[in-house]
Design a protein around this ligand. Structure first.
Ligand SMILES: O=C(O)CCC(=O)C(=O)O
Ligand SMILES: [Fe+2]
Length: 352
């Protein structure tokens, strides 16, 4: 068996004292940057997740012209076609073998961006799902603040309140077609469904479907890729697979790299490489779907080091050439624009 990631599974659904849960969450975020949030259906109902996947399938199945009319813009909203985004431009021969659709905010159940007619009537449901993710992301930000001893403990939470102003937060539907459905055929070793990257926001929630592996994280040694099972041992009987949470660049900036923004990628199921590369019981032959919620603070949020003894006492990163330490304080918006420019070369070249 390959090096399966030993990512902790944490249950945050209880309503008792959260101190211990907060501590476990922070330790996992420091050690792995990824945490499984046990899915009890309390925070996000299983039905809501199933409906979101159903809407995603319908959206991607819409006529090409409908999707093209919603092509992604510099505001990071809309449809990104096959091979359009390149998450790891330094190492990819061609763009990611995926299609994606990004939803920004909704006002009174209406998207503030073009929406394919095929899913126009679903806007209230998509908006509701985005709200569920927003609420869960606030809860996780609160736990991280408590676990790190940030002063005040709701420092991260209040930076994410919608009332603070517009943010880069995106709900993203993703579709990865199987190899045999692609006109440009990927090669086994070089081509990926999503290139190696860290996420641009503060934290990400990822929803996946049973039996659809492909996500891998880069271990601390900087060279070993480790598959992340959809259903880790102990969650087989839960109402739905756990929600995978990972730390993005902004929480890493805020904490001088103490919370890890771990590099990850999505690969094709391999036909020729070692048969043990995948995860037992997970064979991905069809189209893979996933849904990501990229949580961002309000655009003007400054990414200086947060008031926390634990964070301020963290020196390891500086000595190791930590990219988050000792740099100019960026705002969330400046950071997002910098990252988008790197992965959508064409979009920024055409428009500037
Ligand atoms: O589809 C997945 O499993 C992960 C996608 C991802 O990493 C991303 O969109 O940032
Ligand atoms: Fe990602």
């Amino acid at each position: 068996m390959a090096n399966i990631a030993k990512i902790p599974i944490i249950d945050i659904s209880g309503d008792g004292d959260q101190t211990q849960v907060a501590k476990e969450l922070v330790e996992a975020a420091i050690e792995h940057g990824f945490v499984y949030i046990k899915n009890t259906g309390n925070d996000i109902a299983v039905d809501a997740i199933n409906r979101a996947f159903e809407m995603s399938k319908r959206l991607f199945g819409a006529p090409l012209s409908e999707k093209q009319a919603c092509t992604i813009q510099q505001n990071n909203r809309g449809w990104s076609a096959m091979n359009y985004e390149t998450l790891d431009p330094a190492n990819q021969r061609v763009g990611d073998f995926k299609e994606a659709f990004n939803f920004g905010e909704f006002v009174d159940n209406k998207a503030q961006q073009p929406i394919p007619p095929t899913i126009a009537a679903d806007q209230p449901d998509i908006s509701a799902f985005r709200d569920l993710c927003y609420n869960l992301s606030l809860k996780l930000n609160t736990l991280l603040g408590i676990g790190l001893g940030v002063n005040p403990p709701d420092f991260f939470t209040t930076a994410h309140h919608r009332a603070r102003g517009p943010s880069g937060t995106i709900l993203r539907f993703l579709r990865y077609p199987p190899r045999n459905a692609l006109s440009q055929s990927p090669t086994d070793n070089d081509d990926v469904r999503a290139g190696a990257h860290s996420d641009y926001g503060s934290l990400t929630l990822l929803f996946r479907l049973r039996g659809q592996p492909g996500l891998e994280i880069l271990l601390r040694d900087g060279k070993t890729w480790s598959p992340v099972p959809v259903v880790p041992p102990g969650t087989e009987h839960d109402p739905a697979p756990p929600i995978l949470m990972n730390i993005g660049d902004l929480l890493a900036y805020w904490t001088n790299g103490l919370l890890r923004s771990t590099v990850h990628r999505v690969v094709f199921p391999s036909s020729t490489t070692a048969p043990d590369r995948g995860v037992q019981g997970e064979r991905d032959e069809g189209t893979r779907y996933s849904i990501a919620y990229f949580c961002h603070p309000f655009g003007g949020a400054e990414l200086g080091v947060v008031p926390s003894e634990r964070v301020q006492g963290y020196r390891g990163g500086v000595a190791e050439g930590n990219p988050y330490a000792e740099r100019r304080v960026l705002t969330a918006d400046e950071h997002l624009r910098m990252r988008l420019k790197a992965s959508y070369a064409q979009l920024y070249k055409d428009k500037e």
